[in-house]
Design a protein around this ligand. Structure first.
Ligand SMILES: [Zn+2]
Length: 403
């Protein structure tokens, strides 16, 4: 059978024009006013498309949270489709003017936040419109948060509230490594350690000092030894800061550590190992704070079935679809941990996330928007006739990349 939505059913040029405009509105997570300016634009477009918009004022100094809801906001709890997105970026204001100007080179469109994930937000909006036009009574909540890049501290309770109403969660984070979608993610942990010793004059009374830097150096090696590539554990001491001057035995040294953990049991084991680390010298102390910021996203049987559905649609669209596990966390970690079947990485293909090489592949927008739109129709329990998708002959879109 034919898919209800084909690749060429929307105006790609308009989408790209809008995307350029969004990229020109820089939105670092920490600048709530900037994030809200883009939020205003998103809200206006969603309202124009006929969707209901709920806007929750920002907390903890972050921007507002937007929930864009298709025309059936009263569909029973646990039957809705949740699409997760964010409009904040890791890039500071000014990146656009200096390090990463908006520009197109062949199929690549460069700009801060274009891949992670302003393109994904627009694709989700477009997919909701396409699904509605195709006659789908979609019960979709597109939740757009302002602080994903700094751990979604302010939006996590709202994400979890929406996840509890959802039958499925689709995350429009960017695709990985040639269009792969994400079917599992490691858990993300952080750890802050303050090593305290005793200051002393380095020349006059060195024996009175207890070097916090020396103790921290040993600690870094012990932390590093916790890395276990076979089990998928990574422990990275990302920053180290200590001492007050060249000629003073340093009294304090601080470490910031990032942890990626494949499952809860491993996370508990690694945290226990870190918390048990103790200085050899009784005059040195460690203050250790460690916790999981995002729980591991482990592929459940339902998530596997969801991936199989997406793969069937992709096959009919003539695009390859492979799943992968990544060490990068996303808001999908929260929904998967609540048992909601979750697919992640449904946004644009491209590369250079979080770097000055960030870009999308323009040619990926049409097929992946069509994939998302058809997936909404297929999953929607309110649709008049459920769509039974069977693998069919490859279908090629008349769409060609331009530029
Ligand atoms: Zn992202």
């Amino acid at each position: 059978m034919k898919l209800p939505i084909q690749m060429d059913e929307f105006d790609l040029n308009s989408l790209l024009d809008e995307l350029r405009l969004w990229v020109e509105m820089e939105t670092p997570s920490c600048d709530a006013a900037a994030v809200n300016r883009l939020g205003n634009r998103v809200e206006m477009l969603a309202a124009q498309a006929g969707f209901a918009v709920e806007r929750k004022p920002g907390t903890m100094g972050f921007g507002d949270i937007l929930a864009i809801r298709s025309s059936f906001p009263d569909v029973a709890d646990a039957d809705r489709i949740l699409i997760l997105a964010h409009i904040d970026t890791v890039h500071a204001t000014g990146t656009l003017a200096e390090k990463l100007p908006l520009r197109q080179e062949g199929d690549r469109l460069y700009g801060p936040g274009i891949y992670d994930m302003k393109s994904g937000v627009l694709m989700a909006l477009e997919a909701m419109k396409l699904a509605t036009w195709a006659g789908c009574n979609c019960a979709v909540d597109l939740l757009i948060v302002p602080d994903e890049e700094v751990g979604s501290k302010s939006s996590r309770p709202v994400i979890e509230e929406y996840a509890k109403k959802a039958a499925y969660a689709l995350v429009v984070e960017p695709a990985r490594d040639g269009g792969k979608i994400v079917t599992a993610r490691k858990g993300v942990g952080i750890c802050d350690i303050i090593v305290r010793g005793r200051a002393a004059h380095a020349g006059v009374r060195p024996a009175d000092g207890r070097s916090a830097i020396r103790a921290a150096a040993r600690l870094v090696l012990a932390l590093d030894a916790l890395n276990d590539p076979v089990r998928g554990v990574t422990v990275t001491v990302g920053t180290i800061e200590g001492g007050t001057g060249r000629n003073t035995v340093p009294a304090e040294c601080r470490l910031q550590i990032d942890l990626r953990l494949p499952d809860i049991a491993t996370a508990e084991e690694v945290f226990a190992n870190i918390n048990a680390m103790a200085p050899e010298d009784p005059d040195i102390t460690f203050e250790i704070k460690s916790y999981l910021t995002r729980p591991p996203f482990i592929q459940s049987a339902q998530s596997r079935a969801l991936f199989a559905d997406a793969a069937k649609i992709a096959h009919m669209l003539g695009i390859p679809l492979n799943g992968m596990t990544t060490g990068g966390g996303s808001d999908g970690n929260f929904t998967a941990a609540l048992g909601v079947p979750t697919l992640d990485g449904l946004g644009a293909d491209g590369g250079g996330a979080h770097t000055f090489d960030e870009h999308i592949l323009v040619s990926s927008i049409a097929p992946r928007t069509a994939l998302l739109a058809n997936l909404i129709v297929m999953l929607d329990r309110q649709s008049p006739a459920p769509l039974h998708v069977a693998p069919g002959p490859h279908w090629r879109s008349p769409y060609r990349c331009f530029g």
